[in-house]
Design a protein around this ligand. Structure first.
Ligand SMILES: [Zn+2]
Length: 171
């Protein structure tokens, strides 16, 4: 598989630190990590969140990725089958970041660059839905950080989620 250069990666991380995680520097990140200000989830809780997102997105079809203990690794990793989470990554938004990668892998959404416009769109949508964030604020800050964000119309999830919400409303 050919991969495009992941040209948005460092911008994405910087935006994430500033606007998603609210940790503007690596030093303050380390501090928060140590003081435990970001509540850590258990692996089972991370898996439950992944399952929920996956089922809402894909329906009962494909099996959700399995969450693995990535203790000791510097990076969290995500793919079609697995999501590996070091301890620091066991927070809601980190899990949502990784599951966004898995969704992209599974859907074959085209821009294979890891943190490209499709990734930012899916990640923002998940943050809204599962982390109580505001879409306008996220996309505005992302664009101000010179990240490209794919248009919502390119994405099934919004439609899917809307339908799902309507189905719930109709019950
Ligand atoms: Zn990533």
């Amino acid at each position: 598989m050919s991969r495009q250069r992941d040209s948005q990666r460092s911008k994405l991380y910087a935006w994430e630190r500033q606007y998603v995680d609210g940790r503007p520097t690596w030093a303050s990140w380390a501090e928060r990590h140590e003081t435990g200000k970001h509540p850590k989830m258990t692996l089972a809780e991370c898996q439950a969140l992944v399952d929920k997102v996956w089922r809402n997105y894909f329906g009962p079809g494909p099996t959700p990725p399995e969450v693995k203990d990535g203790r000791g690794s510097r990076r969290a990793l995500a793919g079609f089958f697995h999501i590996s989470l070091p301890r620091w990554a066991r927070t809601r938004h980190s899990v949502l970041h990784e599951v966004s990668h898995s969704i992209l892998d599974r859907s074959g959404y085209g821009d294979l660059a890891g943190h490209g416009p499709s990734f930012v769109r899916i990640y923002c949508e998940l943050l809204v839905r599962y982390d109580g964030r505001k879409l306008g604020e996220l996309t505005r800050s992302a664009r101000a950080s010179r990240l490209k964000v794919a248009s919502p119309s390119a994405y099934e999830p919004a439609t899917r989620w809307e339908k799902e919400a309507q189905a719930h409303d109709n019950v």
